[in-house]
Design a protein around this ligand. Sequence first.
Ligand code: HEM
Length: 415
Amino acid sequence: MSPSMSAIPLAGEHFGMAVVYLVAGAVGLLWIAPDLARGAYTEPRVAGVVHLFTLGWITMTIFGALYQLLPVALGAPIRSPRLGHASFWTFAPGAGLFAAGVGATSPILRHVGITLVGTGVVLAVSNVASTLPRARARDVIWAAIALAITFLTSTLTLGAILLHNLQTGFIASARLRVLAIHLHVAIVGWALVMMVGVSHRLLPMFLLARGADTRWTKRALVFLTTGVPTLATGILVQQTVASWAGVGLLELGIACFLRQAYAFYRVRAKRSLDIGMRFAATALGFLSVSALLGPAVLAVGRGHARLDTAYVAIGLLGGIVLYIIGLFYKIVPLLAWVARYRGHMGKRRVPTVAEMFSSRAALVQLGAMGSGITLLGVGIGFGSERVVRCGALLFLAGVLLFVSQLVRVAFGGAR
Ligand code: HEM
């Protein structure tokens, strides 16, 4: 599968800005370490930092990846690249202003931020939605993208309600319930469903895995996309049976996704795993931990804020952020290589894609980030500010190593 040349600038600008937000989020973790250790997830600064990751890193990379994936996997180039750039130029500054506005409790910044973020999301979603009907095949990847962008639209609506509530308090005691729904719709419905869909194509390709049973993706999508509204209904109407049914469906969905990933990893042609696939495997481990904590969160109910915080932190940073870094290691050096060296093949010595960065440094990065997230989880669980701070520092060190790798990639790698 070769990259789509015309989509490289669009993907590149999204990926570049996403990395800036990843660094900002990692610095922000140090700032909110005391809040995390207390489980004070409703503090505005926690929500501010969370959105540096969720909007700035996760959503921005997904948009960038979609512009590459749509032509290559579905045979349908994005309907309007110009709209893609317009979405970028509204969403990219909007994510930062929104996060700063929420974190610093500044109504003006929040308003400007959500206007720009909302515009960027609507432009990107309508662009992708109008591209989907032109796809060659309507397979599970197509369905996952369609479902995920629907969940993103719901995320935006719920986010706007929560933001308005911060201003007016109009939903009063329902705030925590709406917050729980928002974050599950966003993390599971938008980010995880998209991850399940694109992995169906990318994992076998990156692992050189042939002949795996591929039916688990569809099952994962069915369980996850029915689990989210079921859980949301249970939380909203405070109906325990519905909440447990929702959790059960989500657990099944995650189990099917893990089973699918295992099937791909098992039949891979090359036994040694490259660094991108190691990141992805580690992320799947963190996703499992978060999935195990989910039922505990529901069972113990309110009043265990540190458990709630650890559950989200491990799922978000370990399960999603790390997984995206793994895919980034596979996609970005390849795009950079194609953009820089495609015309030089056979004329002079050019580095291989693997030589664009240092695998050893990437392994150190994985160690730092993996142990950082573990310490964050443990520190939050035991209420230790010092351990949370150590975790945040390790996480930041890993992110800075990642940046040094990407700078090297941008300059053409080692030669
Ligand atoms: C699309 C635009 C979005 C808007 C307008 C928005 C808005 C908000 C607001 C206002 C809060 C704070 C609520 C409160 O404290 O009462 C919040 C919390 C949260 N949001 Fe979003 N959000 C958006 C997207 C996302 C996405 C894409 C994700 C995840 C992938 C996400 C994950 C979260 C999480 C985990 C929290 C809880 C943070 C905390 O309080 O500790 N959000 N969101």
